[in-house]
Ligand binder design. Structure first.
Ligand code: NI
Length: 169
């Protein structure tokens, strides 16, 4: 396993639409292992492959609370089958937009279909932080960042702030 570099805005790769995975094989599992290690090291709770520059429809996530055992989860080719009309706000952040947090409103519950680490098809309902996180990560697969849900002014301010931080580092 290896820790990869996480791309940050305004890197144009983050706007790219990722391609479906054809097969869950050892090479893909090695990618998922690297993604998980990179996410834990950041630290973060979710990561899409494009955030390390790989345009594949793959997400890793771990929503375990502090003090709990790790609960790594893997989503290959995730799709949303259903989303609730009811929405919920949540203060989101993103490893590709470091140190910026803002409220995004999304469907409160979704039904998902994806393949897991073993390549098995899964259908599952998500709510709460799981629903927020999977929708945020699935946006990445279509080149959408959480700041794209904000006003243009807030989005431009966020990118400017990240650029300034990068220059100072
Ligand atoms: Ni993100």
């Amino acid at each position: 396993m290896a820790i990869r570099e996480i791309l940050v805005v305004p890197n144009p790769a983050l706007k790219q639409v990722s391609a479906p995975v054809e097969q869950v094989d050892d090479a893909l599992r090695a990618l998922m292992d690297d993604m998980l290690e990179t996410m834990y090291a950041a630290p973060g709770i979710g990561l899409a492959a494009i955030q390390i520059g790989v345009p594949k429809r793959v997400i890793v996530m771990d929503l375990a609370r502090e003090g709990e055992d790790q609960q790594p989860r893997y989503f290959v080719n995730p799709e949303i089958l259903w989303a609730s009309d009811e929405t919920a706000p949540y203060e989101e952040g993103c490893l590709s937009v470091p140190d910026i947090y803002d409220e995004v409103e999304r469907p409160a519950r979704v039904r998902l279909r994806y393949m897991n680490y073993a390549g098995e098809p899964i259908e599952e309902d998500a709510e709460g932080i799981f629903a927020v996180c999977i929708q945020h990560e699935m946006d990445h697969l279509d080149g959408v960042l959480f700041i794209d849900h904000l006003s243009r002014l807030k989005r431009e301010q966020a990118i400017k702030k990240v650029k300034k931080q990068a220059k100072a580092a």
